[in-house]
Ligand binder design. Structure first.
Ligand code: AMP
Length: 249
């Protein structure tokens, strides 16, 4: 059984992002970039399925500029078998990524596609769902547990106030939630070995997809700066302020 895992290069989750002075986006110069955390969880889940001999090959794919090779290398070091970079310097929007992924899916015919539920840069939470619709696949989104057996994948999903378990016929798409697993770190020998694993580079045009913009970002703004708090001398003063200034009681 083959798994296809999509990984995205994003600003590292520990970076405090700065908005560009012209409000057109986020400053990316000299900023640490990493694999999207939900994609790390997707790679880890595929590797665990391979360790259980359920999956025999893991293909990782990323769409982005040349630098995305680094995140693909990380995925190879974590246990993926080969990588595909769809190289583009355009700002690829979810629908375009979904179409590219559909073209790769048609070419590779995997049994299971695993993606993050969301990228932490755009917070889109769209690509997996769009891909599943384009490919006509059943989808198990926000997975906190995945069981693959007998041509099916059972996905336990985190929903408001509880858990829902759905059973999907393979091939299927799963998107990962935070509690699905705890990703491992790549060991040094595996980082070295990853350099010898195959990495193919394609252009969107090779897959018959154009990088058409489906929406425009009009403005990006920082959240408003929080005003400093004050200290009160007594409970009476606190109650007075809550009543007469904040008017919340
Ligand atoms: P999003 O819809 O942007 O929140 O992303 C959800 C998931 O789609 C990510 O966790 C990735 O698995 C996948 N994805 C989105 N953009 C890309 C990309 N440029 N390259 C590879 N995978 C992507």
């Amino acid at each position: 059984m083959k798994a296809l895992v999509a990984v995205k290069r994003v600003v590292d989750y520990e970076v405090k992002v700065r908005v560009k002075p012209d409000n057109s986006g986020i400053e990316l110069n000299n900023v640490k970039m990493s694999m999207n955390p939900f994609c790390e969880i997707a790679v880890e889940e595929a590797v665990r399925l391979k360790e259980k001999n359920i999956i025999s090959e893991i293909i990782v794919v990323s769409m982005g500029d040349k630098e995305s090779q680094k995140q693909l290398q990380t995925a190879l070091a974590l246990g993926a078998d080969r990588a595909i970079l769809v190289e583009s310097s355009d700002d690829l929007q979810p629908l375009t990524v979904a179409k590219l992924l559909k073209a790769i899916y048609d070419k590779e015919q995997p049994d299971l596609v695993i993606m993050g539920k969301q990228s932490i840069d755009g917070d889109n939470n769209q690509t997996g769902q769009m891909f599943a619709a384009l490919a006509g696949l059943p989808q198990g989104t926000f997975a906190s547990k995945v069981d693959v057996a007998d041509g099916k994948v059972d996905v336990t999903r985190e929903i408001d106030g509880g858990l829902q378990t759905v059973s999907l016929n393979l091939p299927a798409l799963v998107t990962t939630d935070l509690r699905l697993n705890e990703p491992r770190y790549a060991s040094l020998p595996n980082i070295m070995k990853a350099k010898r694993k195959p990495m193919e580079t394609l252009a969107p045009a090779d897959l018959g997809v154009s990088g058409k913009e489906h929406f425009k970002t009009l403005k990006v703004e920082s959240p408003p700066v929080r005003e400093a708090g004050i200290k009160v001398e007594s409970v009476e003063e606190l109650v007075d302020k809550l009543k007469n200034e904040a008017k919340v009681i």
